[in-house]
Design a protein around this ligand. Structure first.
Ligand code: PDD
Length: 285
């Protein structure tokens, strides 16, 4: 088993100096990315990630040079060559390389593609099921966080603040409304009903979120409402959890100084975590 990095058509040594200092991803964070889970040696929900990647590229006006089949094949090659069974693939496409100038000229730029495959410590992932601490922070991001760009300054600052307080991550609030986590989506459970922020331009439409909304919750007969909710609603929720590609459904057992659902993962949360795990084991293209 070997972690691998692939850049513009060839395998390179991890940490190889192959990216130009004039790459717009490096200079401006002018790039888009995806993180896909590898489960049992197969990508989980790759077609969903590809749809989101193509949408991000369209919104960013980055030309698409690869078909979904080409991309799928590359993911499969990385898995095959690395022999990694449980891990994730990071993919990043930058707008291209040009002397620093804010405006871009699409006709003179060739997108640059980086992919890497890494292993995941499944003990760490499984431990997340025991619940995590979160802190509340203001959402200071721009108005188009639905586009998955690498321009993640507010996210990394919020995440660092959270980790300094020994929290797993932060729950973000924009004008008093709970949007999502610094690196994940947020759900609340109240009186057996599941709530999450609508998939508009103020959240990333997480693939794990989509799995919960369209597959796992319906299959368990759990009612879901996509609507905005505020800090008061969060503080009075019966259960809270995060969702993301790496951790799946992650119960929140403490928010700031207050225990959530009695300081233990909630029962609805655990049913959803279990349902998602089953779906991941079954596999989804
Ligand atoms: N983060 N919201 C934000 C801001 C995120 O960064 C992520 C994912 C999500 C969840 O999306 P998904 O379910 O598709 O992973 C929501 C990834 C894992 C990252 O940046 O590494």
């Amino acid at each position: 088993m070997q972690e691998l990095t692939y850049f513009n058509g060839e395998f390179v040594e991890p940490g190889a100096k192959v990216v130009s200092i004039d790459d717009r991803g490096y200079l401006f964070g002018d790039s888009v990315y995806e993180v896909v889970r590898v489960v049992n040696g197969r990508c989980f929900a790759l077609s969903y990630h590809q749809d989101r990647l193509y949408r991000s590229m369209r919104e960013m006006d980055i030309p698409v040079k690869m078909t979904p089949d080409d991309l799928t094949e590359l993911h499969e090659i990385l898995i095959e060559q690395s022999e990694i069974k449980e891990g994730y693939i990071y993919l990043q496409i930058s707008r291209g390389v040009a002397p620093r100038h804010h405006a871009y000229d699409r006709s003179k730029l060739e997108p640059q593609m980086l992919m890497s495959i890494r292993t995941l410590d499944m003990n760490e992932v499984n431990t997340l099921g025991n619940g995590v601490k979160a802190i509340a922070l203001p959402d200071e991001r721009w108005g188009h966080v639905d586009i998955k760009t690498t321009n993640l300054i507010p996210n990394i600052l919020a995440q660092t603040k959270a980790e300094k307080k020994f929290a797993y991550t932060a729950i973000l609030f924009r004008d008093g409304i709970c949007t999502e986590g610094a690196t994940s989506n947020v759900f609340a459970v109240k009186d057996g009903i599941l709530y999450t922020h609508p998939a508009d331009n103020y959240i990333l439409k997480g693939i794990t979120r989509q799995m919960i909304v369209t597959r796992v919750a319906p299959s368990l007969g759990i009612t879901l409402i996509e609507k905005e909710f505020d800090r008061d609603f969060v503080d009075n929720a019966d259960e809270l959890f995060f969702t993301d590609t790496i951790g799946g459904v992650i119960p929140i057992t403490k928010l700031d100084r207050n225990p959530v659902s009695g300081g233990k993962p909630g029962t609805v949360t655990l049913r959803l975590r279990d349902g998602l795990d089953k779906l991941m084991q079954e596999g989804l293209p």
